[in-house]
Design a protein around this ligand. Sequence first.
Ligand code: GTR
Length: 438
Amino acid sequence: MWRLICILLVMACTPDIEAQPAGANYDESKVPVYPLPDPLIALDGTAIKTSGQWQKQRRGEVLRLFQTNVYGRSPEPTQIHFKQTSEEKKALGGKATRKEVTVFLTGKEDGPSMDLLIFLPNNAKKPVPAFLGLNFAGNHAVHADPSIALARCWLPNNRDGTVTNNRATEAGRGKEASRWQVEKVIEGGYALVTACYCDIEPDHAEGYKTSIRSILRARKAKGFIASAEPPKGAPADAAPDEWGAIGAWAFGLSRAMDYLEKENDIDEKHVAVIGHSRLGKTSLWAGAQDERFAIVISNDSGEGGAALSKRRFGETVERINTSFPHWFCTNFKRYNDNEQELPVDQHMLISLMAPRPAYVASAEEDLWADPKGEFLSAKNAEPVYRLFGLEGPGVTEMPGIDQPVGKAIGYHIRSGKHDVTEYDWEQYLRFADKHFKK
Ligand code: GTR
């Protein structure tokens, strides 16, 4: 009886811990000693002291380390072709123009495609700055507007009836609206551009078979060397540094950007790329590779996103590679339970955004994503931003709950759970106003 009472007492006192997946370390005192690789020491030992040296020598090196060890190499950009499928000039009660555009990723109408949903503010001087991000549940889930086309792609089944037989249903309309805050974005004078990530690759271990990953590989993969062990979540003869699903989704974001360069109403020089969770990992990897993204935002991206892997707090490399064998390249599996051997950590991914503004956000109850590790990544990217005369988070200690900090690198830890909320969007809009509307 006493034992039961003690267990119940412990559970009542640790609600955050109980809300997280079991079997992970949530104890700060168990974080190992973890020397971080120095972003400012090049592979040949040169100390990087100027922004010019960073841009010429070190940036490319760091990018290659992430390609080789974490996300894999992406193929060359393809030539897209696109078709507008709808336009409503009086959307959101007249406040916005809503468009839908299909982007054909290999330029061919019988090839893979993604459906963009675009909201443009009617009362703003064109071209407008924009937020671009992938969504989890289909464009129709982003806003309840019944004219938005239902997602056509494979989606994970959901017992709530929003997806059956891996197809979207009417019940899913507006399901993710709180995560997108369309009205707020429009009122702020920004466009919102989104597509469903499963358009680019269905999110499961065999998703590559029907995605752009296989289609481009058939054309371009000659240079790849097969791995010793058959990889999971990738073709049997995949090279150890061949791209995974995160690479494919990031590739999709870059192709969306190709379209935005052709969209007259959007100012392509002021596009912020945003993503939540696995799609936050994706927005970071897209922003690292494609410098056209003028602001890069990571919302609760955690392991393989903004969080430092070497801390082994919450989700670990082994856990993520086991649950999601298709997300990263095969080489990343070498670091299962072996994070200390990683030649990079995620502060170096944030560094790749410099001098462009970046924003990292955490949530207090999202220990699985390691909020402190996310903050430390932002903080340890600061030396690279300093080469450009810029300040990062600015503070030395992690800020309190709901107290945003930072100049060129913004950071906040919000109260509440793993999610994207109105509060998060308020911070991103303020950050974008500061940098885009100077
Ligand atoms: C979790 C995964 C996290 C995060 C999250 C999400 O299951 O462990 O890395 O990506 O999914 O995307 O919602």
